[in-house]
Design a protein around this ligand. Sequence first.
Ligand SMILES: Cc1ncc(COP(=O)(O)O)c(C=O)c1O
Length: 428
Amino acid sequence: MMEGNQDRLAIDGGSPVRRKPFAPRWPMVTEAMRRRVLEVLDSGNWFRGCGENNRKFEQAFAAAHDCRFGTCVTNGTHSLQVALLACGLEAGQEVIVPSWTFFSTAQAVVAANGVPVFADIDPATLNINPAHIETLITRHTAGIIPIHFAGHPADMDRIMAIARRHKLFVIEDAAHAHGARYNSRRAGSLGNVGSFSFQFYKNLTAGEGGALTTNDESLHERIQAWYNLGHMPKNYAQYRHDWMGGNCRMTEFQAAILLESLPLLDEQNQRRRANARRLNELLRSLQGIGVFDPVGDVQSSCHVYMLRLDEAQARLDKQRFVAAIQAEGIPLTVGYTMGVHEQPVFQELRFGPYTGYQRTNPKLSYRHLDLPETRRAAREVCFLPHRFLVNSDEGDMGDIAAAVEKVLRVTERSRRSNRDKRSCTLAK
Ligand SMILES: Cc1ncc(COP(=O)(O)O)c(C=O)c1O
């Protein structure tokens, strides 16, 4: 019997499940945003020292994340670095980070002259595994940077208990977690400092940008110095510099956009969550697919929808699976393909002038580090960015699920028919 076109994968010339492009409409521009940006332009107050937008946004953003203090910075990589310096990291001290993260989490530690020590993840959330953190603590450990990966808060009760026991600082990498909630509190208020990114693909964006949040006044004062060339606000006029900080200031244009975007965040996150839930229900019964449900009393910001392709069950590798899904018209991506410790820069220890590790770990090497759950996630976990959840509807989620179902079904059928042909040939 001839194969119907619906039953041929689009990657093999069949018709795709979806022809209509996804219209992510991201970033979303409002009239209020446009007006405020033009006000900055026309006023000439483009620098934070002349305008009001940075200050207003810092207050509003901190309050929205259950914090007393906020500081805008250039991006979410610098915010991590400023947080580390403000927490008092010294050359060669170790900071425990998950390897399943974006490069910046570990890069910031090296750029602050510290040593990243990589932990494995919990397969249920892909967040840092607290049990593994415990085993990595040495006399050189200064802190922990958990990530609220994809917007799902990390297991902060256990992480904070470990930190208290060992007198470590905790910096939440909340680059994915704007507006996320853990028990009764917002991400960014759970550790000593929260670090956020406003890069283009984040749930709250100004193209680039970042922020730090804290409830600790003395830490806030140090952040204020470290992000702005080491001078304390009271000493600006005297050109007096007390610390070796760089220039991490954000412009008034970015703050204007963010100030008008923040009130929209909670409602946008609700839509992301509703679509993530729908997709989970549509996909959970498919053999070979694992979905991620919220664990504990949390509200994820659903920065990324994650899907696990169980390699063993689906008998399909992630690269081929994602290429086939994309051909069906669905913008799924392969996501991370390795843990950060496997990146060439860590394997080869190409740290340039950041030689702090030689003080404490002269034999430092990441070559033999094996983190099984990170390795498995890199092979199996695919990403659908939040911008395809925020303005999508049930029909869009249905198309995504139909494409996944089709790729798995057609692949399985062709495997079976190849196997049958082989056994016929053998029987002859
Ligand atoms: C987990 C995580 N941390 C930090 C960053 C760095 O943020 P930025 O791009 O604003 O420097 C990112 C950015 O993608 C990220 O995903």
